[in-house]
Design a protein around this ligand. Structure first.
Ligand SMILES: [Zn+2]
Length: 134
């Protein structure tokens, strides 16, 4: 299990503070349905609750300039996300999803590595990174 207490709440809080400083009105958040079971902070209810908190807990929100959180990957399969990434020329060779890397390499065994591997397999695409354990 790779659950990290408060992880997305912390990330969204930092993003919201920065958005308010910049005067930005939208935060893009990479949450995904595949992550629901073990990650309660990837659920639509969580996103809506954070938006409500930002509406009432920021000066921008109180002035009617609330910060919206968009999660465009929320309901896509991992394979669909990978195919979209290919269209957008995402440098997948520079990415990994690992929670327990070995040096600079993804472990290949944690839940996140397993989900990534399955997504690439389902997309019919070779994952360009090397794993410490295949
Ligand atoms: Zn891993």
């Amino acid at each position: 299990m790779t659950y990290v207490p408060g992880r997305n709440l912390i990330f969204l809080s930092l993003a919201a503070a920065y958005a308010e400083v910049l005067g930005a009105s939208i935060i893009y958040f990479g949450a995904n349905v595949i992550d629901y079971s073990g990650y309660p902070d990837c659920r639509p209810e969580f996103i809506q609750a954070v938006e409500a908190a930002l509406q009432t807990g920021t000066k921008a929100g109180m002035q009617g300039n609330g910060i919206e959180i968009r999660a465009p990957l929320l309901r896509m399969s991992k394979a669909e996300i990978i195919r979209l990434g290919l269209i957008l020329n995402v440098p997948f060779q520079l990415t990994h999803s690992c929670y327990d890397p070995v040096g600079s390499m993804a472990c290949g065994q944690c839940d996140s590595c397993q989900i990534r591997k399955q997504g690439f397999a389902e997309a019919g695409v070779v994952d360009p990174i090397q794993y410490a354990v295949c």
